[in-house]
Every structure is written in C-alpha cells, then in structure tokens.
Design a protein around this ligand. Structure first.
Ligand code: HEM
Length: 413
C-alpha cells in the first residue's frame, strides 16, 4: 500500500500493522520494519490504545521530524502517541524538559549544558576509568559465571551519574528498581505512578537539603547543589522542577548506557574480529558509534505530535496527528548507511540517530561515549577469555522496556 496525499482517505485502519512488532533476531529490528521502510516509509500503524499514528522509517524523514518544531514532544497534547498506559498516566505529572517544546525546553536545558560539555566530560574521565578498574577487579574476585549486568554494566553508569548529581550510590537498589518500573511498558498505571512519585519525592528531598545549605552560605559541589543554589534559591525554578530535572538525568543517565555496555559486549563477544580490535585499542570510537547505531537501545521510536499540517514523504500529516520517528530502523536505512547491517568501524560519515536529533538530541551523549569508550576495551583486556556462559536463546532480552538490552548476561572467563 502506498500512502499518497490523495489516497490517504482510502486507507483502511484495520490493515494498519501493530507497532511495535516483535523482533525475530535479538540484534536486529523486526523484519516488518525493513519492509515498511522499503515500501511504505511513512505509514499509519496501530498502537496499544487503538490510535493510528504515523510511523516514519527513513533516516532523512526521521531527522526531518526530530528537527522540525512543528512536531511537538509535549506528551500532554492530544494525539501524542504514548508508549504504554503508564506513560499516558504520567504525562501530566511534573513533566521534564524532554517532553517540552521550546522556549520552555531550552530554558531548562540551558541550565545543564556546561555540566555535560566536552570539557566537563573530559574532566570526568579519570573518575570513569577508576570506577571501571574497581568494578572489574571486584568481578574478577567474584564467582563464575557472573552476571555482567549486575557486576559491571549497571553499576558503572549508576556510579558515574550518582557522583555527578550528588545522589548517594548506596540508594542504587531503590532508584534502579523504580526506574525499571517506570520504563517497563508492562507496568500498570498504579505501579508507574507510585514509582514515579517516590522517585520524584526522593530527588526533591535531595534538592531541599541543598537549598538549606545554600541558604546557610555553604557550597555543595555537585549538579543538584548547583541547580539548587543558582536556580531554586533564586526563585528562577521551583524545587519540584529541579527534582524533575534530576529524575530525568538519573534515569536517562544509567538505564541507557548500562544497556549499551551489556548488549554491546554481547555483540562483540559474538564477533571475535571486532572484539580483538577493540581490545587492542584500535578503532574504539568507530566501534562505539557503530554499536550505538546497530543496537539503537532507545527503541520504540521517538514520539511526537504534529502541531500544523506537514507534508512528509508524500503523505499529509495533519495537525493533531501522532508521529513515531523510528530511529531503530532509520539507523539501518541503506540510503544513509551502505551495507547497513554490517559493523564498519571506518564508516564515515556516521550520522546515526541513536542519540536522537534536533533540539532534544541527547544531552548526555559525550558522557555516554566516554563511558563506552573506556568500558569495552577495559573489560576485554581485563578478561581476554571472556565468553557468554549461556546459549543466546536463554538470554532474557528487554523487548518490553523503553530501553532495549538484556536483563542479565551470564559470562565466564
Ligand atoms: C535524550 C539516547 C545516555 C541524558 C536522549 C534521546 C535519545 C537518547 C534517543 C532523544 C529523546 C527524544 O528525542 O525524544 C541515549 C543513549 C544513551 C544516552 C542511547 C547511552 C548510550 C544519556 C546519559 C545522559 C542522558 C548518560 C545523562 C544524564 C539525556 C537527556 C535527554 C536525552 C537529559 C533529553 C534532552 C532534551 O530533551 O533536550 N537520549 N542517551 N542520556 N538524554 Fe540520552
């Protein structure tokens, strides 16, 4: 079926494929997405809530949607395509700037730019290297097989974001389980709202503590401390808004990178030639970009809603209609990436959209890159004989989570 400006009315919603589709290979997007990209690259799909948003699958069109502010990221707007009942319920609940449009979005994002700049991340690198070494030593001293997620992939980004924000790492059990509930599309509305409220309350408490210290003239040298002193105490933003920013950073800062570490390691262990190159320190940054592109762990599409009529790929998207910009398949578009399914560490240019595109492009991308560039070679060097200690069929993949990856990864050495 080809959707064009004049045949749109003839489409039968009952024929719309359900999105998301099931993966057949855990390392690739569902094959239906490849077909849609080739045959009907902007088409309607059917969502869990009975709505029929547009699915955008080509790399150029996905970038257009994400860069064009006529597509709003505001989850409270009618027509926005929610990924789950929990996300639908959470949308009025103290939004963070990831679901705001400019100028509000820019107002909050600006407060954080210097915290995540190339220079700030360069200064964090020794701390990342030290955390990596400590975690790998502890793993080496522990029993085999070990779960790589629990021993390394999850603690590393959690430790890093905790130290940046000023969240006590000792509370990791609490925030990791709550974050897990929030990003699981199977969580009930009640579970999602409870987890979200508790986590918000926790971060607001940390902000409140820093406000008190700022009022007493004490400087707290962490991100939440700077937010409290420079923006909350001055009345520029509320404690609740600062808490919502902290919540976004805490979740985005550990779930995504953790899954890239675990799924990326699994991919490398199945590809000895590239594992050897990364172990030797050769083409590490090229390998990281390719793993980001191929695995696109923030799957299930970037979601938007049109605020005006927009023509895209020969289709008229009307104001108020939902749009899903599917980065997971855009990153395999042969028009943008020749031999798209191959890991090519020399690929240039590599304009993947694993970190999104446009004004909402990932704020933490330099930090994520630094963590991945340190983590993969260090792990492969510390354990030159690292192997997966289970058949791939027994590895639990995170199909229903907003961030894809593996729940567990048993490894031995
Ligand atoms: C936004 C992916 C790591 C913080 C995004 C978006 C993507 C993404 C796709 C765009 C969302 C949209 O357009 O709707 C990733 C991946 C990561 C990663 C794949 C790891 C490999 C991080 C880290 C942080 C972070 C370490 C740091 C705290 C954010 C924030 C936004 C964002 C704050 C919202 C930006 C805005 O709306 O202006 N990320 N991310 N991310 N990410 Fe990341």
């Amino acid at each position: 079926m080809t959707a064009t400006l004049d045949t749109e009315a003839a489409q039968d919603p009952a024929q719309d494929p359900q999105y998301p589709m099931a993966r057949q290979c855990p390392f690739s997007p569902p094959p239906e997405l490849t077909e849609i990209q080739a045959e009907d690259p902007v088409r309607r799909v059917s969502l869990w809530d009975g709505s029929h948003p547009w699915l955008v699958t080509r790399h150029a069109d996905v970038r257009t949607v994400l860069a064009d502010q006529r597509f709003s990221a505001d989850t409270t707007k009618p027509g926005y395509p929610p990924s789950s009942p929990g996300q639908l319920a959470r949308r009025k609940d103290s939004p963070s700037f990831i679901s705001m449009d400019d100028p509000d979005h820019a107002f909050f994002r600006r407060m954080l730019i210097t915290e995540f700049s190339v220079r700030a991340v360069k200064n964090l690198r020794p701390m990342i290297e030290e955390a990596v070494d400590e975690l790998l030593e502890a793993m080496a001293a522990g029993p085999q097989p070990a779960d790589l997620v629990e021993a390394f992939a999850l603690p590393l980004p959690s430790l890093v974001i905790c130290r940046m924000l000023g969240v006590p790492y000792a509370d990791h059990g609490f925030f990791q389980s709550h974050s897990h509930t929030i990003i699981d599309t199977r969580s009930t509305v009640e579970e999602t709202l409870t987890a979200s409220d508790e986590l918000k309350g926790y971060l607001e408490g940390l902000v409140a503590h820093r406000e008190e210290r700022a009022r007493a003239g004490e400087e707290v040298d962490d991100l939440l401390g700077r937010l409290a002193a420079r923006h909350v105490v001055t009345g520029e933003i509320t404690r609740e808004q600062a808490g919502a920013m902290g919540l976004l950073l805490l979740i985005a800062g550990h779930e995504t990178t953790a899954n890239m570490i675990a799924l990326g390691t699994l991919t490398l262990l199945r590809d000895p030639e590239h594992a050897a190159r990364v172990r030797s320190g050769e083409s590490v940054s090229g390998a990281v970009e390719e793993l980001l592109r191929l695995l696109t762990v923030v799957h299930l599409g970037r979601r938007r809603v049109a605020t005006e009529d927009v023509e895209l790929g020969g289709v008229l998207i009307r104001a108020g209609e939902g749009v899903i910009a599917a980065g997971e398949i855009a990153n395999r578009d042969p028009e943008a990436f020749p031999a798209p399914d191959e890991l090519d560490v020399e690929r240039t240019p590599n304009h993947h959209v694993a970190f999104g595109h446009g004004v909402h492009q990932c704020l933490g991308q330099q930090l994520a890159r630094a963590e991945l560039q340190v983590a993969y070679p260090a792990l492969l060097r510390r354990f030159p004989d690292l192997r997966v200690a289970a058949p791939v069929e027994d590895i639990p993949f995170r199909d229903t989570m907003v961030v894809y990856g593996v729940h567990e990864l048993p490894v031995a050495w």
